[in-house]
Design a protein around this ligand. Structure first.
Ligand code: ADP
Length: 403
């Protein structure tokens, strides 16, 4: 059985085609800069090396058409007939409080997704366009929606509510939703396998540290709390996002500077100009920050320390909430690859039973592994995330159970 996973952004379509028996990807790629002169198509298969071409693509439907044609290509394609694709899995950033699990696409589901446009204006309209494009190009193939927010729907109300007047929860659905759910879900399952125990017996903290980062407290396979909130802006310090700040800073800026009279300008400030980038005034990329820190750039060092400190605070808070943990998981670009960040985060946490083996932590590998000492009460794991595979598995499950 083959499953096609698509992830549509406002100007991009990414895809991965999986062979589900082996759970291996057979073809993957992306169309970027849709609607712009610099649009390009980059793709690779298990048997054909990466290729990149300029293309003229004005909308998502054309992008999906290009991808399907390429998958069917007589010489380099991975399928002979579109019917080999059993189901298409769509990554959806925001399911609001409407969707607590993955669903098969129906007209009613599409209407529900549309109702979530206002709380995810940057992502959901693009996902919707992608769903329509896939329906047009593959009218006979079912689609499943897999939500970044769904895994977090088990949070108790006292964790997901904000202490603002209750009417805004009722009217505007303002509450914590949490994001990266597919990744937290995937790595928590893998952690259970690594620890040789069922998820239902484990307390875990998972740290997804990429350009966007979030920390999640998981007890018996259920999310208890997560650092991102109503939007992916809340929580730890990120590449260009500020994470937690005193909300009164916004009213101060709004009152003082004419350029911050609009929500848009404040959103750009907090989402695109802050975080590692805003503090270092150098880069949002952790590799550049680490290099500059080694060259004694004080602001890069401060940005690095702020990010690590904010993650350490969440880990400590969630340790308390869970009343102890069995495992701490690092994943995503920084979590998987940056030994100095992991080391700084885990330093001086031995009071919590978190003891890192610094030597193991420093050895590079792209595989799942333990980096805690033999005696560490809490097992520290590095687990490469695989959101696409998780979406493919979810889509297959929904398809099978709906038949
Ligand atoms: P996204 O949130 O966009 O999916 P990723 O999970 O790809 O982000 O993570 C991107 C981050 O990972 C960047 O800050 C990048 O610098 C960092 N990163 C990737 N490789 C390394 C590495 N070898 N060392 C340190 N940081 C790395």
């Amino acid at each position: 059985m083959k499953v096609l996973v698509v992830n549509c952004g406002s100007s991009s379509v990414k895809y991965t085609l999986f062979e589900m028996e082996s759970e291996k990807k057979v073809a993957w790629g992306l169309v970027e800069c849709i609607g712009l002169p610099e649009a390009y198509y980059k793709r690779q298969t298990i048997s054909v090396d990466e290729k990149k071409d300029s293309v003229e693509i004005t909308n998502h439907t054309e992008a999906v058409e290009l991808i399907i044609k390429d998958l069917l290509d007589k010489e380099t394609g991975s399928i002979v007939n579109v019917n080999e694709i059993a189901v298409v899995g769509h990554r959806i950033v925001h399911g609001g409080d409407k969707f607590s699990k993955s669903v098969l696409v129906t007209e009613k589901v599409k209407e529900g997704l549309k109702e979530c446009f206002t709380i995810a204006p940057l992502h959901n309209p693009a996902h919707y366009a992608g769903i329509l494009a896939v329906e047009k190009m593959l009218p006979k193939i079912p689609s499943v929606l897999v939500f970044d927010t769904a895994f977090h729907q088990t949070m108790p109300d006292y964790a997901y509510m904000y202490a603002i007047p209750y009417e805004y929860y009722k009217k505007d659905h303002i509450r914590r939703y949490g994001f990266h759910g597919t990744s937290h879900n995937y790595v928590s399952r893998r952690a259970a396998v690594m620890l040789g125990k069922p998820l239902s017996d484990l307390k875990l903290i998972t740290a997804h540290l990429g350009n966007g980062s979030s920390i999640t407290a998981i007890e018996n396979g259920k999310v208890i709390d997560t650092s991102m909130g109503f939007t992916p802006l809340q929580g730890v310090v990120m590449g260009t996002r500020c994470g937690d700040i005193d909300p009164a800073i916004l009213t101060y800026l709004l009152d003082k500077y004419p350029q911050y009279k609009s929500g848009d300008a404040l959103n750009v400030l907090m989402n695109k100009k802050s975080g590692l980038y805003g503090i270092s005034e150098l880069s949002a990329d952790m590799r550049t920050i680490l290099k500059a820190t080694a060259e004694d750039n004080k602001r890069a060092k401060l940005a690095f320390e702020m990010l690590c400190y904010s993650v350490k605070k969440y880990i400590s808070a969630y340790y308390g909430i869970l009343n102890g943990i069995d495992g701490l998981v690092f994943t995503a670009g920084i979590g998987e690859n940056s030994a100095p960040v992991r080391k700084e985060i885990c330093a001086n946490l031995n009071a919590l039973g978190i003891e890192m083996d610094v030597k193991k932590n420093g050895e590079y590998s792209s595989k799942e592994r333990f980096v805690s000492t033999e005696n560490s009460k809490v097992k520290i794991m590095i687990i490469p995330t695989n959101e696409e595979l998780m979406i493919a598995k979810e889509s297959k499950k929904v398809l099978t159970t709906s038949n």
